[in-house]
Design a binder for this molecule. Structure first.
Ligand SMILES: [Zn+2]
Ligand SMILES: [Zn+2]
Length: 343
């Protein structure tokens, strides 16, 4: 079974159709029998047509976990039976960015799941070997599916982007979402004091349980006026235009704001003088490299992370799942489970 987006937009439901048998993988690709695939807000952005390069028809989904069931002749990293999960896209392995391990900045990656090549809303997925990272059997499928896009994104944003270190103050804006809840845990695990910004007071207990030292409930983007303990070293903004200037104005001199969320189409207005005179840094960050994932997995092995899962739904309900995510306000992620999985 697989879901198909036949045209961008929300007028036509995602189609559910037979996936057929997987092809024999060529070159450096592998076939993965999908155990589960996360439904990400980016899938909704993809569907809305905000990336001009989307190719339709396409199978959505960049958050798949499963087992390798066949490998192409040039594959060196994987063998049949390995448990793997997808990153957002592949990497060429030899451009300047790849040469220094910055694979998420690869300039030649041709396969972005759900946009340029078919993704994980399916019983099986064809994936370039460099678009995958290894996942231990001990991590349940729903958590493993969303691990990269939540914990990986949070880790890369905070550590590589924001240079967060023990003893610093971190602000997580949109702390009840998938990346936000992950960022609260990663930042507190790294020894930072975490202040969480949420919109709905009913999520306060969740983010406190994940490690937030203080919670600000905000409805108008002016949370910087009410920050317990004052300004922060690093803010990670998982929302976008409605909160970005609040995040920027929450920073100490020399602080960093890491932008990882862009949930509405509106552009951000920037007071350049404010950023210049305070020596602020604005860092965009997306996804994580395989090296980042190794580090997140080793933190997880010492003390397991939690990603709240709102629901595990059958793959046949892919359209309903995307509409739920698009509407927003869920405390946790939705994960799709295909009817048959495993080798
Ligand atoms: Zn995602
Ligand atoms: Zn490259």
């Amino acid at each position: 079974m697989r879901a198909r987006l036949s045209a961008v937009g929300w007028d036509t439901d995602l189609a559910i159709e037979p996936a057929g048998p997987p092809p024999a993988p060529v070159r450096d690709t592998v076939v993965v029998a999908v155990e589960a695939c996360g439904v990400c807000h980016r899938d909704c952005i993809d569907r809305s047509g905000r990336f001009a390069f989307i190719r339709v028809p396409i199978t959505p989904g960049h958050e798949a976990v499963g087992r390798v069931v066949a490998v192409g002749p040039d594959v060196t990293a994987w063998k049949v039976g390995d448990r793997v999960a997808s990153m957002h896209r592949d990497a060429c392995g030899d451009c300047d960015a790849c040469a220094i391990g910055e694979t998420s900045l690869c300039t030649r990656a041709a396969a972005v799941f759900g946009l340029m090549v078919d993704g994980g809303y399916a019983s099986w997925m064809l994936a370039p070997e460099r678009a995958l990272y290894p996942v231990p059997d001990s991590i349940p499928a729903a958590l493993a599916a969303v691990f990269h896009c939540t914990l990986g994104t949070a880790y890369r944003g905070l550590v590589r982007g924001g240079a967060l270190a023990a003893g610093m103050r971190a602000l997580v804006v949109g702390a009840n979402g998938g990346v936000g809840a992950a960022a609260v845990q990663v930042a507190s695990r790294l020894g930072a004091v975490v202040v969480a910004v949420i919109r709905d007071p009913e999520h306060a207990r969740l983010v406190e349980a994940l490690g937030a030292a203080a919670v600000v409930v905000d409805g108008d983007g002016r949370f910087h006026k009410r920050l317990p303990g004052g300004p922060v070293d690093v803010a990670i903004d998982c929302v976008g235009a409605p909160t970005f200037n609040g995040s920027l104005r929450s920073l100490k001199l020399g602080g960093r704001v890491v932008a990882v969320g862009n949930v509405v189409e509106a552009r951000v207005e920037l007071n350049l003088g404010y950023a210049i005179t305070r020596g602020l840094r604005i860092i965009g960050s997306s996804g994580a490299t395989r090296h980042d994932m190794d580090e997140v997995l080793s933190l997880h092995a010492r003390q397991p992370f939690r990603v709240p899962i709102h629901a595990e739904l059958p793959l046949a309900e892919a359209d309903r799942a995307q509409r739920l995510v698009a509407r927003g306000g869920l405390a946790g992620r939705i994960v799709l489970v295909p009817p048959h999985h495993g080798p």
